[in-house]
Write a protein that binds this ligand. Structure first.
Ligand code: KG4
Ligand code: ZN
Length: 343
């Protein structure tokens, strides 16, 4: 039995190859992230086949670097953890296979982790978790409100019915000629413009906790195309600000509605889109005004995107709860939170 509680974590669900060493679920000893963005940019999005090949090329180098940077060896590890879903099947399989090989070769327990639980646990590096808890998880593939009555129990209480928020950012970014992934640039432009277009806020006032971003995306694209046909050029900063205001309004409104219905001690904000400055500031303001007693933990900017450190943090909790995978663990591209209870 290793003395230190060190977990070697793998994340390869999409287009980042990442390996990390995390101690006690709270301390990052190393977090290597090899991004493939350059290879996907010219296609305007992630090409699954290209992504899997990159993961294969990079994974062993990432393992070596993660161990070296952490200053540890395989014999110091307590467990190996891996994202097994949701994500792209070919990408997931590379991480799952690598993790299995390390677990088998070094006789270490293998801890399966849900990618979205991983995003949530990026906020664990900011402070201790208290339950009941609510999380707004916003990424390129998912937009959901998750209620956690207690540790290791996740209930999705609201989700997008069509596009994820990050996906909408990437699609409208493409129309404005912004390289994939567009979220960061649109966020920067939004800060320099005004909401002059007043795009729709779908489902904002509806009595449910779900989201929809495809109508907003279409309204945005139509506005730009119509102006193009008239030979008119619209102000890109105002377009970005208007789009972002709609997204942030809906996300904030539904989060407050969820907090009304589910009293909690903490609100977690995590996922790639949680890096959005407009969203962070808005939630800070709303929480101070309406829920001053609910502590908000926002995932650190550097850990909002996909990375293995967050997987290591989530894995530490799974490990304590006895989650172990056998060596026949498979990738589950459509993995949902309720599947975790049976793991
Ligand atoms: O969580 P993530 O790294 O990957 C998925 O699991 O999907 O999220 C990536 C998404 C992309 O759609 C990207 O455009 C978006 O997060 N994103 C942002 C910002 N930074 C990244 N969206 C809005 N504002 C940002 N600052
Ligand atoms: Zn992600």
């Amino acid at each position: 039995m290793a003395e230190r509680k060190l977990i070697l974590a793998f994340e390869t669900s999409c287009d980042e190859t990442s390996v990390a060493v995390v101690e006690d679920g709270t301390k990052i000893l190393s977090n290597i992230v090899a991004t493939q963005i350059d290879s996907h940019q010219r296609f305007g999005g992630v090409v699954p086949e290209v992504a899997s090949r990159h993961h294969i090329e990079w994974i062993t180098r990432c393992i070596d670097q993660a161990l070296a940077e952490a200053g540890v060896d395989y014999s110091d590890l307590m467990a190996v953890a891996v994202t097994y879903g949701p994500g792209l099947v070919g990408s997931l399989l590379v991480g799952v296979t690598a993790a299995k090989v390390v677990a088998w070769a070094h006789q270490l327990p293998l801890v399966p982790v849900n990618h979205m639980a991983g995003h949530l646990y990026a906020a664990r590096f900011v402070g201790e978790f208290k339950y009941p808890q609510m999380a707004l998880l916003v990424s390129g593939g998912h937009t959901e409100l998750v209620y956690m009555p207690r540790e290791h129990e996740y209930e999705i209480i609201g989700e997008t019915r069509d596009d994820a928020a990050g996906e909408a950012y990437d699609k409208i970014g493409r129309v404005l000629g912004v390289n994939y992934p567009a979220g960061k640039t649109i966020d920067e432009w939004a800060a320099q413009g005004q909401d002059t277009f007043h795009f729709p806020r779908a489902m904002e006032k509806e009595d449910n906790l779900d989201f929809s971003f495809s109508g907003l995306k279409s309204a945005f694209i139509n506005t730009v195309h119509n102006a193009d046909q008239r030979g008119e050029e619209l102000n890109k900063f105002d377009l970005a600000a208007s789009f972002q205001q709609s997204v942030v309004d809906v996300l904030a409104e539904k989060t407050l509605r969820a907090l009304d219905q589910y009293p909690v001690k903490q609100l977690i904000l995590a996922g790639g889109v949680a890096a959005n400055h407009g969203l962070r500031t808005r939630l800070d303001r709303e929480m101070a005004k309406h829920y001053p007693d609910v502590l908000m933990l926002q995932a650190p900017l550097k850990l909002c995107g996909d990375n293995a450190a967050m997987i290591g943090a989530a894995a530490a909790v799974n490990y304590q709860h006895g989650d172990r995978a056998a060596l026949d663990l498979n990738a589950v591209p459509g993995l949902m939170f309720d599947r975790m209870k049976s793991m």
